[in-house]
Design a protein around this ligand. Sequence first.
Ligand SMILES: Cc1cc2nc3c(=O)[nH]c(=O)nc-3n(C[C@H](O)[C@H](O)[C@H](O)COP(=O)(O)OP(=O)(O)OC[C@H]3O[C@@H](n4cnc5c(N)ncnc54)[C@H](O)[C@@H]3O)c2cc1C
Length: 320
Amino acid sequence: MILIVAEHSNGKLARVTREMVSCARALGREGGIAILVLGKGVAAAANEAAQLAEQVLVADSDDLAAHDPELWAAAVAQIAKEGESHAVLVGAGRGGRAWSPRVAVKLDAPLLEDVTALRYEDGGYVATRFTYLSRVTETVWADAPVIVASVKPGALAPAEALSEHGEQFDVELELPARRVEVTGRTTEKLSRVSLAEAEIVVSGGRGVGTAEGFTSLVEGLADKLGAAVGATRAVVDAGWRPYAEQVGQTGKTVQPKLYIAVGISGAVQHLSGMSKSRTIVAINKDGEAPIFKLADYGVVGDVQQVVPALISQLAEKPGQ
Ligand SMILES: Cc1cc2nc3c(=O)[nH]c(=O)nc-3n(C[C@H](O)[C@H](O)[C@H](O)COP(=O)(O)OP(=O)(O)OC[C@H]3O[C@@H](n4cnc5c(N)ncnc54)[C@H](O)[C@@H]3O)c2cc1C
């Protein structure tokens, strides 16, 4: 059995869960696919998961409400052992990164991290992943009765629903005592569309001039396109935008259909977070800016003129 640990929030599966299903289907191994849905109040996410796999294993418990790595790792390892899984797939987001190494240790399994593709060949698993700021694609191989792989969000196409819904089963877990309590939580105000899930991302750099410039130009354009907002580290360090919006090596990795870089130079650390976007548009007044080497379309011009012109063009289009 291939065990997929669902990522979900507010009753909805995260896109990476569907991407992991694509990955599992492509492996084509015997034993089927099961999706494990852990958390508190997960009925809606479990129903959605049943559209994607023949088996959905559900553990709905107060203990799993917070993403406590010790508890999540114990739960996943227990289910993987009971189901004699030969592969455990988790999303390589912050949560998955925290607990997947623990699962690997509990299962005595090799851990393939941040994979962008996975196949089963000649009795072993072959995975690819990016390294050196996404400039190098590495191929790694593992041969073991069970492997744990964390799947990079945005690397694979999301799976289509099955024609017949899978069956749901409640599972009983033997969890260790909780040793860490979440004592408070504040939510950072994010752009209206999540960066990881967005099909269009408009990102701004120091070239927008000021925090106010960022709001009017980058947010203004994003609003017109129904896009998520991203930022460079220079902008985040200047305090113009929250860290949650930072794209790049030390921020988020995004792979939208359209990435619009507004006043961004194209430092390698920024490119490593967005270079796999399908179409890249850059607006920069310096025709020699490195971003133009990567961009599919470039506008050499002042963002203060180009972006308002774009916004007003979009405003004239009905439905935009
Ligand atoms: C360890 C490490 C990790 C890092 N991680 C990240 C990361 O995750 N993400 C990230 O983004 N950076 C990261 N950086 C920083 C990175 O090296 C760059 O400093 C940063 O990306 C530059 O941001 P920028 O493009 O906004 O600014 P700049 O490099 O200053 O570029 C501004 C651009 O705006 C253009 N411009 C200026 N005025 C206008 C105008 N009026 N109209 C049009 N264009 C204009 C300029 O020509 C210039 O190209 C990291 C650095 C290090 C050392």
